[in-house]
Every structure is written in structure tokens, then in C-alpha cells.
Design a binder for this molecule. Structure first.
Ligand code: TXA
Ligand code: MG
Length: 333
């Protein structure tokens, strides 16, 4: 198993250790406020290739580049005024911007998978300190094997990826617990490519416009939007009103679900009905539910407002039919 190093005791030592792993071209389990990332030096093509191999991910699914701040991002992508406004409002934080890539950017072409845009984000917390010290952008998808549940704790990373990752930094459970919201900005318009840890309302409050939703199934502009994704081993049912004794119930706000007392287990996402708490606990709850070995994991209805949009998006992917294996070209994660 990978080494796990807690950042609590000696953060400076953890930053140094992380930078040497990255400089060697090895993979690092990187805590961010959204989910743990599987990180490599974005300018080292071979290191980036290791990410795809470790995840079992097809080459042409592009990766997010993590920057220390907007200044570093400006060396790689072109900001139009709307993008500047969004970056200033939400960085560091759970917002990824897809922007035109600059020709002189040394980011490895494997990161963008041949696209002329680059997805950039500035994470909160120790990840930002590491990138600042390292001095170069870090490519990092979520640190899970392709199609599996995203990790919100260091143990999830070590468990899912094993030897493929040299070191996992442990910064405790992720505060947000859902991947970043991905917004493409072009010609004065903001288009939502993936709902995530920053809600639509917060973005619209800054842009003053309705966020457009990219809705072309199959079109590769919204990669990572594969139907079956974030999948636990057990089958998943959503918006249930009853639960069977063999099933594990994931509840929200303690709803009156028929059969709850006899369920194999009940995991509560937020007894008080707070969507931020539910988001932070969601992936951990799915991992725990999966280990309980029930005949299915069933979810109580969760509102679709605020962060509920991203939560329900992930749940729909977890519940999508898996009978037809996606071919390599459509498998994301
Ligand atoms: O919160 C997050 O975003 C986490 C943490 C580790 O930062 N990262 C993450 O990365 O979720 P990943 O690789 O699992 O998801 C990245 C998504 C994919 O759906 C990918 O296809 C999309 O971003 N993406 C990357 N570059 C893109 C581009 N140029 N245009 C459109 N989508 C892009
Ligand atoms: Mg992912």
C-alpha cells in the first residue's frame, strides 16, 4: 500500500515530501477541498501518462490543471473579462474554468488530450501551498480508478489505487466532498459542463446571467459526463419511498421511508437536512454502504436546489444501467 503522511504534525515536511514525489515524476495523493486528487507534474508527459495508467482511464479524456493562483494560470490560458470575474470571486475554491490554452504553455499535451482549451482551477488548503512551492501546475483527476467513487479521505485513495501512488498526504476528510463545478467561458458566455461543489446560484449571482447548461449527450465537450459513473459495486436505486431488509438506505433529513427499521443499515447524510453536510459526506457514505454488502444501496429523495443539483447528478450516474460496458472512448472518471 502507498505511504500515508498526515499533514497535521509537520505541514512543511509534508509539502517537501510532496514536491520530491512530483519532481521524480511519481504520483501523489493530493488533498483538496473537493476530493482527493491523483497528482503529477503537468509539464512532465511521462508522469501524466502514469495517471492514466493508474486510473485505467482512456488517454483522450482531459485532466484539470491545478494552479497556485490566477497569476500562474495566466501563463497557460487566456482570460476574458467574464473569466477574470469568476476567478476573482471564487478562487481559491471549487470552480474549474475551461479556457483557451496559450501556445507557449509547457503543459504536456497528454493533459489536454489534444483540445485547444485547458481546464484550470486553484484549490484551497495545502494543495495550494504545494503548487506554490513546486512552481508548476499539477494535473490531477480524482484519485479513484476510472468509473469508481471519488475519494474524500486519504484511506480511500490508498485502498483504491494501492502501489500506483507513491505517497498520499492525509489532510482529513474533504470539506466540500464533491468535485469542482466546471464552467467553460467563451465569447462572454458561461456554460456549465459539470455541476459540482460550487452551486449554480452562487455563480449566477456573480455573472448576473443564467448559467447555460451543456446538454448534448455523447458530445465530447462535456467529458466526464458519462452516464454510468461514480459506481459502487452494489446496484443503486434513487428517490425510494420504501426499503427492503437486505438493502442499505442512505437517508437525508430522516425521512419516513417504509421498512427503515428493518433495513440492513441506515446511513444519514444530514439529519438536519443541510445540503452542504450531505455533499461532504456523500462519497464516504457510498463507500461505507458498499462495504456492508447489501443487495442494493437505496437513496431517500434529496432536494435539487443549491448543491442538490450536483448531488443528484452524481447519484444519477451511480444508478445508471451498467449492462452495456462503455467502450474505451467513452469511459471517464
Ligand atoms: O474537484 C475536482 O475537480 C477534482 C480535484 C482533484 O481537483 N478533480 C477532478 O478531475 O474531478 P477529473 O479528472 O476527475 O475530472 C475532470 C473533468 C473531466 O470530466 C474532464 O473531462 C473535464 O474535467 N475536462 C478537463 N479538461 C477539459 C477541457 N479542456 N474541456 C472540457 N472538459 C474538460
Ligand atoms: Mg473523477
Amino acid at each position: 500500500m502507498a505511504d500515508i503522511l498526515s499533514i497535521a504534525d509537520a505541514p512543511e515536511r509534508a509539502i517537501d515530501a510532496a514536491c520530491s514525489v512530483l519532481a521524480r515524476g511519481d504520483l501523489l495523493g493530493l488533498p483538496t477541498e473537493t476530493v482527493y486528487g491523483l497528482a503529477a507534474d503537468a509539464t512532465n508527459g511521462e508522469a501524466v501518462a502514469h495517471i492514466y495508467a493508474a486510473k485505467g482511464r482512456p488517454r483522450f479524456n482531459p485532466l484539470i490543471c491545478h494552479m497556485s493562483d490566477r497569476g500562474m494560470a495566466e501563463m497557460h490560458v487566456r482570460f476574458e473579462p467574464l473569466a477574470e470575474k469568476l476567478a476573482d470571486a471564487f478562487w481559491p475554491g471549487p470552480l474549474t474554468l475551461v479556457l483557451p490554452r496559450l501556445k507557449q504553455s509547457p503543459v504536456a499535451s497528454l493533459v489536454t488530450a489534444g483540445l485547444d482549451t485547458l481546464a484550470v482551477r486553484v484549490p484551497r488548503g495545502i494543495a495550494g501551498d504545494i503548487i506554490r512551492r513546486f512552481g508548476r501546475p499539477i494535473a490531477a483527476p480524482s484519485a479513484n480508478r476510472s468509473g469508481r467513487i471519488s475519494p474524500t479521505r486519504a484511506e480511500h485513495v490508498a485502498h483504491d489505487l494501492g502501489e500506483a501512488v507513491s505517497l498520499v498526504l492525509d489532510a482529513g476528510p474533504c470539506a466540500v466532498g464533491l468535485e469542482s463545478t466546471i464552467v467553460k467561458v467563451e465569447s462572454g458566455r458561461a456554460i456549465l459542463l459539470r455541476p459540482g461543489g460550487l452551486s449554480r446560484d452562487e455563480i449566477e449571482a456573480v455573472t448576473g446571467h443564467c448559467l447555460l447548461r451543456h446538454e448534448t449527450p455523447g458530445a465530447l465537450e462535456a467529458p466526464g459526463m458519462m452516464a454510468s459513473h461514480y459506481a459502487p459495486d452494489a446496484p443503486v436505486r434513487l428517490n425510494v419511498t420504501s426499503v427492503a431488509p437486505s438493502e442499505v438506505l442512505i437517508d437525508f433529513a430522516d425521512q419516513p421511508i417504509v421498512g427503515k427499521e428493518q433495513a440492513r443499515a441506515v446511513i444519514e447524510l444530514s439529519a438536519s437536512g443541510r445540503l452542504t453536510e450531505a455533499a461532504a459526506k456523500l462519497f464516504d457514505a457510498m463507500q461505507r454502504a458498499d462495504r456492508l454488502g447489501g443487495s442494493a444501496i437505496v437513496f431517500a429523495p434529496i432536494p435539487t436546489t443549491g448543491l442538490g443539483e450536483a448531488i443528484n447528478d452524481r447519484l444519477q450516474r451511480a444508478a445508471a444501467p451498467r449492462g452495456v460496458e462503455p467502450d474505451a472512448g467513452t469511459q471517464f472518471g
